[in-house]
Design a protein around this ligand. Sequence first.
Ligand SMILES: Nc1ncnc2c1ncn2[C@@H]1O[C@H](COP(=O)(O)OP(=O)(O)OP(=O)(O)O)[C@@H](O)[C@H]1O
Length: 222
Amino acid sequence: MSILTATDLVKDYSGEERPALDHVSLAIEPGEFVAIVGPSGSGKSTLLHLLGGVDRPTSGTVQLYDTDLYSLNETQLAIFRRRQVGLIYQFYNLIPNLTVAENITLPAELDGKSIPQAELTALLASLGLVNKADALPSQLSGGQQQRVAIGRALINQPAIVLADEPTGNLDQRNSQEIMRLLHYANVKEGQTIVVITHDPLIAQQASRVITIEDGQLQPSEG
Ligand SMILES: Nc1ncnc2c1ncn2[C@@H]1O[C@H](COP(=O)(O)OP(=O)(O)OP(=O)(O)O)[C@@H](O)[C@H]1O
């Protein structure tokens, strides 16, 4: 059974003449590592947001296992997203006045779960952040901030991790470190991952590449 199924998704933003997404259907299987590529403005972020329940489509459906995301009301959708979807953004989106440890555990806290110290320490160690647990985001490099965002995305062991240009603001060494962590989650934990990227070196590390142009999926080459 597919983990994520999008059917006939259309997204019209008001004031735009063409739909940002134009009848997009796709299925993602458990454990896949998918890259979404395409020109600027082609609809990549719009698609990712709809796959993750961040925005609502004009028409069409998204199903994560057997939950129809957009049949949920806003409160139900927010809870579902927090538990089942890990989101990673290009500019990290950390909470500036929370420490590294607090940022990482926030989705669990919001769910009323407390993370055992040993589990948090193990996660911090895998992210190379043990000695930064009490630092604020402003005291970290970009690569370190993105590793915090990965920790936050993984803390609730979501069904799927969606990353919008996670390496877009990083140099090659830090980009590779981020990819290594995402691959570790994918291979060792079986985490399903979808990454938007402009970087061909990143795309070629995915198990499948989806190309989008003018809001439509392009046939795969291979
Ligand atoms: N909130 C919005 N309001 C109006 N139009 C929007 C909005 N968000 C995106 N769009 C439009 O939808 C289209 C697709 O945008 P989207 O951000 O999904 O593209 P993208 O492929 O992610 O681009 P980039 O690679 O530059 O980030 C563009 O024409 C964009 O201008």
